[in-house]
Design a binder for this molecule. Structure first.
Ligand code: FAD
Length: 190
């Protein structure tokens, strides 16, 4: 899946770049907004038509750095920067784990801290198109998507709904939120 957004950030209009590649705000391809598959297609294209500026940028970041010394261990030398999916999986792990460790009943201060975190997170998430859409979802004019932070049960449910909103946007199956706690806190019953 490729990052999609209400903003027209994908590079489809740019004939030099393959579909699915999302541009950063500076006009260069955004790796953290693009799937590894689209990125590879672009890198291949770039290697055969290395005249464009974008291609240069892609090649520079898609090719393992020659400066990485031979001392780098073999276990890390194949590791690459994350694409939109890897970043997403890791981030959902963090976000759902935050709900799992949230107090059963949260104090005003704990609720304020989490509200601040979510506000900043939705501004700073490195896939900017994902962040824009997430922020818009939270700010739905009806108020129905405002973070619900009074307790672990409420917050866990809310995060599950937030994740499902992204699942829907990407055409993925929705998760049954009755089971968020088994998935992220207690583990499944045998
Ligand atoms: P993920 O969706 O990453 O889910 C990981 C695991 O969480 C699943 O295996 C499942 O066990 C569990 N799970 C799934 N749904 C739920 C749920 N509702 N509640 C609880 N647990 C659940 N990618 C894009 O291409 N475009 C976007 O615009 C975009 N926006 C994103 C916005 C945010 C805030 C985040 C954190 C990620 C976003 N992503 C986006 C990434 C995307 O959501 C996925 O992480 C990525 O596509 C990898 O998906 P996956 O199928 O491996 O599982």
């Amino acid at each position: 899946n490729t990052a999609t957004s209400s903003s027209s950030a994908t590079a489809n209009k740019n004939e030099k770049l393959p579909p699915g590649v999302v541009l950063d705000k500076d006009g260069k391809p955004c790796r953290l907004c693009t799937s590894a598959a689209s990125w590879r297609t672009m890198a291949k294209k770039a290697s055969t038509a290395s005249s464009s500026v974008a291609a240069g940028a892609v090649l520079a970041s898609a090719t393992p750095s020659s400066s990485s010394s031979s001392s780098s261990s073999s276990s890390t030398s194949n590791e690459c920067p994350p694409d939109v999916e890897q970043l997403g999986r890791s981030t959902w792990t963090l976000l759902h784990s935050l709900t799992a460790s949230y107090p059963t009943t949260a104090s005003n201060e704990q609720q304020t801290d989490m509200r601040s975190f979510l506000g900043l997170f939705s501004k700073l998430y490195p896939c900017w198109v994902c962040a824009d859409d997430f922020r818009s979802w939270m700010a739905d004019p009806s108020g129905k998507n405002e973070p619900r932070l009074s307790s672990r049960a409420e917050f866990g449910q809310w995060m599950c709904e937030a994740h499902n909103a992204v699942n829907r946007k990407l055409g993925k199956k929705e998760f049954d939120c009755n089971f968020w706690e088994e998935r992220w806190r207690t583990g499944w019953k045998d």
